[in-house]
Design a protein around this ligand. Structure first.
Ligand code: COA
Ligand code: AMP
Length: 628
């Protein structure tokens, strides 16, 4: 049996032994009563009864041996700034900001919302929360005020930590007006805001409510780590659900620390002291797990890169960062490599840099198309590993575990289930399907440590979203198959989620916004294939009877509406007006068929369609904009 299969067998047959052993990689204040606590199944808990502090494990415990090693390197291609924090310095900064948070009334269990660009203060704020047992909720900077307001209302933060602006390429995006607007829209009013003033654009502060980061820190005293239960929440991270209301994924402290440290060594094959770079954003799960917690728990140097793969200044940006900082392992989304390849198909920028330290590239966030993967393999000459995971799982469900053994690559597959994960393919009656047959990808319960505990304030939605449809299993909402060798193929989502440039978005959420336009009677939003971003949203609008305004105006307004309500990150730039939407006789919109037509995939006329002629109009309209 291969080493990885043997390890997986061990993890599933004796999770207490397997994860109990992995837990030796973490420093505990009080040991656990039980490794896996199934007393309240399906709300499984890991390391119940134990106490620890995640920030202590990420920083303090490394200081005696690695005090002078770089913990965090901030490399901003947009402000041309670099700053290195050793473990000792980062601990000092975090302890001070933890003191500032407590001075502003934050204590254990309180929520702190972090709305920040890719600057070190975002990482410092996250770790400072962990230090005092406060629960952080980081919101990605590309979301609009309405989305931010929804998250403020759900999480109920005592304070918000933000910055005066973010920088997108050459554009300065003022964050403060967006934050002020969000607080105005939200019913829950945070008591205080701490704002990092950036040189690129200082903002006005509201007296009595806002304090600058600089002032807050100047007045603060360092705060020590506070013991928390392993089962206490470390953070809430909102992710798109099937409606406009996002799901607040809750992560614990103990299981999370154990699992992430284990993955650094076993999945990524990275030893303490090495340099790890996840080119993502702290607003996404990849940023949480692999910019902040994973590398620091493992004693690595982590890179915080503020910039893009292209345009800051060119398609050599990633190679420059690898060479400047001696990166050993890079993790990013396939879309970043598609962007680089588009600009520099021959890899002309590569010989300008010495990237000999790079040992592996990991890709996730969307399906890695074999073409891009092969291009990266050829140009970089290192293993390129597609791995599959989700915000909910917190770490990889399937991967080629370089730290255990390197399995042969099958392009188009994220390889096999990682130890801890019992992945199966089932039909709608929850019967396991034969190898090679496509069905729903599910994971047998319990999920391993580090995966979601529940949804914030919504145990019921946790159960109904993930656990009800396939009893005894977690529904990933991805469809695919497993081949004879156990390789998993993840082919599509089974819900309305689309992945745009590695960003997870709900088309249902976009439909809610589009439908709110006064001239729109009905609408559908689908994800269509895109060479760069993987998928992009496309809207179909049916107008109210009697609307005679130019369609062009209405389309522009709808596009602006989505940008205002959801944010630029939705990349909603295309919509067409149609007479009717194709539906089944029971009134269900045939989104799947529309997508197949747009993507030029083979499609069959659904037997239940109420009026086949509509599809002709849809096809013509799509052809007119370069699809179908
Ligand atoms: N704050 C404010 N706005 C943001 C933002 C942020 N943090 N991040 C993105 N946006 C804006 C962009 O400026 C863009 O606005 P525009 O429509 O006015 O141009 C819009 O949101 C869409 O952004 P994006 O999808 O990132 O497209 P892009 O054209 O700017 O860049 C890529 C395309 C492929 C280069 C870019 O998406 C990328 O680097 N992706 C890497 C993938 C990644 O980090 N994934 C995270 C999970 S691993
Ligand atoms: P997110 O929660 O933003 O990480 O998005 C998770 C979703 O992205 C998954 O449910 C998949 O649909 C998709 N995804 C992530 N990684 C992969 C991968 N390696 N292959 C295919 N799909 C992926």
């Amino acid at each position: 049996m291969s080493a990885v299969l043997e390890m997986r067998r061990h993890s599933l047959e004796d999770p207490d032994d397997f994860w109990g052993e992995a837990a030796r990689g973490i420093d505990w204040i009080t040991p656990w009563d039980r490794v896996l606590d199934d007393s309240k199944a399906p709300f499984y808990r890991w390391f119940s009864g134990a106490q620890l502090n995640t920030c202590y494990n990420a920083l303090d415990r490394h200081v005696p041996n690695r005090g002078n090693q770089a913990a965090l390197i901030y490399d901003s291609a947009v402000t041309h700034t670099r700053r290195t924090y050793t473990y000792r310095q980062l601990r000092a900064e975090v302890a001070l900001f933890a003191g500032a948070l407590t001075a502003h009334g934050v204590s254990k269990g309180d929520r702190v919302l972090i709305y920040m660009p890719m600057i070190p203060e975002a990482v410092i704020a996250m770790l400072a929360c962990a230090r005092i047992g406060a629960v952080h909720s980081v919101v990605f900077g590309g979301f609009a005020p309405q989305e931010l307001a929804t998250r403020i209302d759900d999480a109920g933060p005592k304070i918000v930590v933000s910055a005066s602006c973010g920088i997108e390429g050459t554009r300065v995006i003022e964050y403060k007006p967006l934050l002020d607007q969000a607080i105005k829209l939200a019913e829950h009013k945070p008591e205080k805001c701490i704002i990092r003033q950036r040189e690129s654009c200082e903002c006005e502060l509201i007296e009595g409510r806002d304090t600058s980061w600089q002032d807050a820190v100047a007045a603060a005293k360092p705060h020590d780590c506070v013991p928390v239960m392993a089962t206490d929440p470390l953070y809430i991270l909102y992710t798109s659900g099937t409606t406009g209301v996002p799901k607040g994924v809750v992560r614990d402290n103990g299981g999370h620390a154990v699992a992430l440290r284990w993955t650094m060594q076993n999945v990524y094959g990275v030893k303490p002291g090495e340099v790890y770079w996840a080119a993502s954003d702290v607003g996404w799960v990849v940023g949480h797990s692999y910019i902040v917690y994973g590398p620091l728990l493992n004693g690595n140097t982590t890179i915080l890169y503020e910039g893009k793969p292209v345009g800051t200044p060119d398609a050599g940006a990633f190679w420059r960062v690898i060479s400047d900082h001696g990166v050993n392992c890079l993790f990013t989304a396939p879309t970043a490599f598609r962007a680089i390849r588009k600009e520099d198909p021959t890899g002309a920028f590569l010989p300008k840099y010495d990237i000999s330290t790079l040992r592996s590239l990991f890709l996730a966030g969307e399906r890695s198309d074999p073409d891009t993967l092969k291009w990266a393999e050829k140009k970089l000459g290192v293993p390129v590993i597609d791995h599959w995971w989700q915000t909910e799982t917190g770490w990889a469900i399937c991967a080629n575990c370089l730290g255990i053994e390197q399995l042969p690559v099958k392009h188009g597959s994220p390889t096999v289930a990682v130890p801890g994960w019992d992945v199966q393919v089932v039909d709608e009656t929850c019967r396991e399907l034969k190898p090679g047959t496509t069905g729903a990808l599910v994971v047998k319960l319990p999920l391993p440590p580090g995966s979601l505990m529940t949804l914030w304030n919504d145990d019921e939605r946790f159960v109904s979203s993930y656990l009800s449809e396939f009893p005894g299993f977690y529904k990933t909402a991805d469809a695919g198959y497993i081949d004879e060798d156990g390789y998993v193929y993840v082919m599509a989502r089974t819900d309305d989620i689309i992945n745009v440039a590695g960003h997870r978005l709900s088309t249902g959420g976009m439909e809610e916004v589009v439908a709110s336009h006064p001239d729109v009677a009905e609408c559908a939003v689908i994800g269509v294939a895109d060479d760069l971003k993987g998928e992009v949203p496309l809207g179909f609008l049916v107008l109210n009877a009697g609307v005679e305004r130019p369609h062009h105006d209405i389309v522009s307004e709808v596009i602006q509406l989505v940008r205002n309500e959801i944010g630029a990150v939705a990349a909603f730039k295309m919509a067409i007006v149609v007479q009717r939407l194709p539906k089944t006789r029971s009134g269900k919109i045939l989104r799947g068929t529309m997508k197949k037509i747009a993507d030029r995939s083979p499609w069959k006329l659904p037997a239940t369609i109420d009026d086949p002629a509509i599809l002709e109009e849809i096809t013509e309209r799509l052809q007119a904009i370069g699809y179908a």
